[in-house]
Design a protein around this ligand. Structure first.
Ligand SMILES: *[C@@H]1O[C@H](CO)[C@@H](O)[C@H](O)[C@H]1NC(C)=O
Ligand SMILES: *[C@@H]1O[C@H](CO)[C@@H](O)[C@H](O)[C@H]1NC(C)=O
Ligand SMILES: *[C@@H]1O[C@H](CO)[C@@H](O)[C@H](O)[C@H]1NC(C)=O
Ligand SMILES: *[C@@H]1O[C@H](CO)[C@@H](O)[C@H](O)[C@H]1NC(C)=O
Ligand SMILES: *[C@@H]1O[C@H](CO)[C@@H](O)[C@H](O)[C@H]1NC(C)=O
Ligand SMILES: *[C@@H]1O[C@H](CO)[C@@H](O)[C@H](O)[C@H]1NC(C)=O
Ligand SMILES: *[C@@H]1O[C@H](CO)[C@@H](O)[C@H](O)[C@H]1NC(C)=O
Length: 917
């Protein structure tokens, strides 16, 4: 959006070019001096001229050559404009002997080497443009060599590699006549050069896309006092108080571009005095506070972008007086209140972006009727109720993108039938409970269609042949009938509907460019066609259908880019295909909940990138192979409920990233490996980087990892917690021997389930070191001895089951033991003094009130985190969660409340989470 060409440059180019033409026309026979001609021919001789742009450079009269202009008084060459000629090679240093040269433009070429200090001989040069004159690695200019060009008024060096020490950046200070200085993307670092203050004639300053840092200095006001345009954007570490734009700023300033810098503070109300202002771009900075009312005085304002900041308050109705405004972007702030009705007065508006704020109230789209130029309208993720009146046909006919996600819409706006140019339509997360009108499929420019998370019904045309759709997201609706397949979808998410029938055998023909395909949670049956895998595909999710038959043996061969393959919860049978080794990039493989049999194919051992391997609830057999230890990236290994026998391979404990190990419900025997300290992720109390574990996001589409696990004595499906949960479940096997002492070193473990084995010996005291443990199940073993008092230290323990062992002695009476009932100890006839469980304990002396307030914090947090999930901040979620844990006191009732909330949140993830609370 930011104009890259500054007006003055264009103007000057026009003036000089037309002057050059005039000279040529007026004095067609004027001959250039022989010396100038020879200099130009030498220059040409060193260059490769692929496009033959210098083909006119022959003969005597160099003044008629392409790109060359002569001074009509002296007859000498005064202008050389080779912008975009694609010349390649070194610049012959004799070029700088053209002493009468006033205008030199070598931009957009492929020059190499240095500009020699000889350039300083061009004492009359007033215009020098070298933007992208050569590749940054191959062509260098030192600012010092330019410092003698005392007549220079325009200096444009965008994209050149000026590898500056401080001194050379200061060199521009000697160019006292400079009116325009543009050094965008020049690799400048350090603070804004002091010498700029000496450039008292400067009108246009562009230092964008550098690595400038520190604060904008106080003296900078002396520079802005006479500027017409200022661009410091994309200097991420350049800070300072935004109020500098209010102090001594020139009322003639037309552009202020400070986007993606670290400027902070509130927009000063003095901005209203900058009466010529046309563009104000402050997106993605650190500014906060309200929009000053004085902004309504900026009658020439054309483009206002304040998005991605911390601005709050309401949108001032007086904004409606900005009749020149074409671009208004206030998205991703904290604005609240209603959208002012005066928005309808912004008759020049093309882009209106108000999404992701806290705006509320009802708005009818017909309010925008007079915005005849409207092209982009984004209102998503506020608290708005947007309606669209049925007979209304808007005056605008060129809408290209409409985003109304989470806007409480109850229908697809009927006026869209008039907008044939629509490219992007997002109506997700509303409450639209109708059929999809067939005219949608006639919007032949539509590229992105997201109607997910509504209650849409009916079936779709099975072939969407006329569509340009590359992104089709209809997940979580109530659509039915056969699968609709657009001919060239890059992303297709039809999950969570009731589509039925089989997946067509020729599906692959529709998916040649697909990278995301999810058909999960439908009623699809029949076999998986092996054409479904295409070389580009990164996510293939067919889970939770009724697909049957074998996994096609060659499925994987065609799917070499696959990151996620999820075929879980179907009726697949037969053996796992032999050739998994082709999946060089896979990180999630889930085949759980099928009827697969046979051994684990050894080719799996080559999938070194695998992070999640879930093969639970099948009929796999044999031993757990040693090569499992080679899958060093594994975070989740679930082989529960199969027929594996033999021992737990020692190599499992080499998996230093492992967070979830579930080998329960098999026929494993022998001891638990004793040296567990290599399970670093479990030793470590902190949470891991969620990485691709939680979910896999591809351009807006999200594949969510879920997993079925036992926790607190019951089975649950866990979503979005994989990187918080650290769990070992070896229950329901035939394991024997002692519980290893080293188990206690797994200080990050939250769930430990060793129940229903043949474990013997005492409960190790070291288990008291497992600070994070919430659920401990050692029931139905042959454990003996006393319950170690150290277990009282497990302050987060919420579920304990020691029943049906051979324990003796007293049950401890401290810590969480006060909260467990008799059922925790059943079947241990020698145990005595089971504590009463009706006690409410809170360690805090002031107690209950504090706990109540903690409860509230828990609620708020979980709410905020829900929003966090929706916008993909998995990490902030984990932080928020640990805060909740961290402040819990020992009151079980409160703990339960918070945890239930948390569990609800976990279960809620399958519903559509939106920005709405
Ligand atoms: C700029 O030039 C320096 C050498 O002067 C070189 O080390 C550096 O890589 C170049 N930077 C870019 C972006 O090409
Ligand atoms: C800026 O201008 C003020 C007066 O307008 C002057 O006193 C001051 O010295 C100037 N600062 C610099 C660094 O030139
Ligand atoms: C705007 O300019 C007027 C006149 O020069 C001046 O009186 C006023 O203080 C300025 N406003 C701000 C906020 O600087
Ligand atoms: C559109 O403009 C007309 C004429 O100025 C005015 O009467 C009408 O109220 C405007 N409509 C809206 C929705 O503001
Ligand atoms: C356990 O593992 C650690 C870390 O690899 C190693 O230093 C130690 O020798 C091992 N101990 C035994 C008994 O194998
Ligand atoms: C638990 O305590 C409540 C009130 O403190 C009491 O009414 C109830 O009978 C107690 N229950 C048991 C099982 O002791
Ligand atoms: C909570 O506890 C702190 C100190 O532990 C105390 O200062 C504060 O007053 C308590 N809050 C309430 C609401 O009781």
């Amino acid at each position: 959006m930011e104009a890259t060409v500054s007006y003055s440059k264009v103007a000057l180019a026009i003036i000089t070019i037309s002057c050059g033409l005039l000279c040529l026309i007026a004095y067609p026979t004027m001959a250039c001096p022989l010396t100038d001609r020879n200099v130009l021919l030498d220059f040409k001789a060193d260059l490769a001229d692929e496009d033959k742009r210098l083909s006119s450079w022959h003969g005597l009269n160099c003044c008629t050559w392409s790109g060359v202009g002569c001074n009509f008084g002296t007859g000498h060459v005064s202008l050389l404009d080779l912008n975009g000629y694609n010349l390649e090679g070194d610049i012959h240093s004799s070029l700088f002997e053209l002493a009468e040269l006033e205008h030199l433009d070598l931009s957009d070429n492929y020059f190499q080497g240095n500009i020699t200090p000889h350039i300083g001989m061009l004492k009359k040069l007033s215009f020098l443009a070298l933007s992208d004159a050569g590749d940054a690695n191959e062509f260098y200019v030192s600012l010092e060599s330019l410092s003698n060009l005392v007549s220079l008024e325009y200096l444009v060096l965008d994209g050149l590699n000026i590898s500056v020490g401080k001194e050379s950046a200061e060199a521009v200070g000697s160019l006292r006549n400079l009116q325009e200085l543009s050094m965008s993307g020049c690799g400048l670092s350090g603070p804004i050069p002091n010498s700029l203050v000496k450039l008292t004639s400067l009108l246009h300053l562009d230092l964008s896309r550098n690595s400038l840092l520190a604060q904008i200095p106080a003296w900078f006001e002396n520079v802005t006092a006479h500027l017409l345009s200022l661009d410091l954007s994309d200097n991420y570490n350049l800070g300072g108080d935004i109020s500098f734009i209010g102090q001594q700023i020139s009322p003639s300033l037309t552009r202020i571009i400070l986007s993606r810098t670290a400027v902070e503070g509130e927009i000063p109300s003095a901005i209203g005095n900058v009466s010529s202002l046309e563009s104000l771009h402050l997106f993605n900075t650190r500014i906060e506070g309200k929009i000053p009312l004085s902004i309504a005085n900026l009658s020439k304002l054309f483009s206002l972008d304040l998005s991605h900041n911390n601005l709050r308050g309401s949108i001032p109705p007086s904004l409606g007086s900005l009749s020149s405004l074409s671009y208004l972007d206030l998205s991703y702030n904290q604005f609240n209140g209603a959208i002012p009705r005066t928005i309808s007065d912004l008759v020049s508006l093309k882009h209106l972006w108000l999404d992701s704020n806290g705006l509320s109230g009802s708005i009818s789209l017909s309010l925008l009727d007079n915005l005849t130029r409207l092209e982009y309208l984004f209102l998503s993720n506020n608290h708005l109720t947007v309606s669209s009146d049925s007979p209304w046909i808007p005056q605008f006919r060129n809408l290209q993108a409409l985003r109304l996600s989470s806007c409480n819409l109850d229908r697809i706006p009927p006026f869209l039938v008039t907008q044939y140019g629509m490219i992007e339509l997002d109506l997700s997360a509303n409450r639209i409970a109708t059929d999809i009108p067939s005219w949608i499929w006639d919007l032949t420019s539509l590229y992105y269609l997201n109607l997910s998370c509504n209650q849409l019904t009916g079936s779709l045309p099975s072939s969407l042949t006329s569509m340009t759709l590359m992104y089709l997201d209809l997940h979580n609706n109530s659509l039915e009938g056969p699968l609709p397949l657009p001919p060239d979808a890059h992303l297709l998410d039809l999950s969570g509907n009731q589509f039925n029938g089989s997946i067509p055998a020729d599906t692959g023909a529709y998916l040649s460019n697909s990278w995301y395909l999810s058909l999960s949670r439908n009623n699809l049956s029949g076999a998986i066609p092996d054409s479904i895998c295409t070389p580009e595909l990164q996510v293939l999710d067919l889970s939770s259908n009724m697909l049957s038959n074998m996994i096609p043996p060659h499925l994987i061969r065609k799917c070499s880019s696959l990151n996620v393959l999820d075929l879980a919860e179907n009726h697949l049978e037969g053996k796992m295909p032999a050739e998994w080794g082709n999946l060089k990039e896979i990180n999630t493989l889930k085949l759980a909940g099928n009827k697969l049999r046979g051994l684990l194919p050894s080719s799996l051992s080559k999938c070194h990138t695998l992070q999640v391997l879930d093969l639970g609830n099948n009929k796999l057999q044999g031993t757990i192979p040693h090569w499992i230890g080679k899958l060093s990236q594994l975070h989740v290994l679930v082989l529960r409920s199969n027929h594996f026998h033999g021992s737990v391979p020692r190599q499992v404990i080499d998996l230093s990233n492992l967070q979830i190990l579930d080998l329960s419900h098999n026929r494993l025997s022998g001891p638990i490996p004793s040296n567990l300290t290599n399970l670093l992720a479990m030793v470590n109390e902190s949470q891991s980087n969620p990485n691709h574990l939680e979910k896999y996001t591809l351009d807006g589409a999200i594949y969510t990892n879920k997993i079925v696990m036992s926790w607190k004595g019951g089975d649950g499906e866990f979503v979005k917690v994989l990187f918080i949960l650290k769990c070992i479940d070896l229950s329901n096997n035939n394991l024997s021997g002692n519980i290893p002492l080293k188990m206690g070193s797994l200080k990050g473990l939250i769930v430990l389930n060793l129940s229903r084995n043949h474990l013997s010996g005492p409960i190790p005291k070291t288990l008291g070191d497992m600070d994070q443990l919430e659920s401990l199940d050692l029931s139905i073993n042959r454990l003996n001895g006393k319950i170690p008092l150290e277990l009282q230290l497990l302050t987060y323990l919420e579920f304990l089951n020691l029943s049906y062992n051979m324990l003796d002695g007293k049950v401890p009476h401290g810590g969480q033991f006060l909260t467990f009932g008799e059922s925790s100890y059943l079947g241990n006839p020698k145990l005595s003094e089971i504590p009463f469980t009706n006690t409410t304990v809170c360690n805090n002396s002031s107690g209950y009130d504090n706990c109540t307030s903690i409860e509230t914090i828990g609620v708020e947090n979980s709410d905020a985190e829900m929003k966090g999930w929706a916008i993909g901040l998995g990490l902030s979620y984990s932080l928020g969660f640990s805060i909740v844990i961290g402040i819990l006191c020992f009151n079980n009732r409160i703990r339960k409340r918070v945890f239930n909330l948390y569990d609800d949140a976990v279960l809620a993830v399958d519903r559509c989470i939106t920005g709405n609370k």
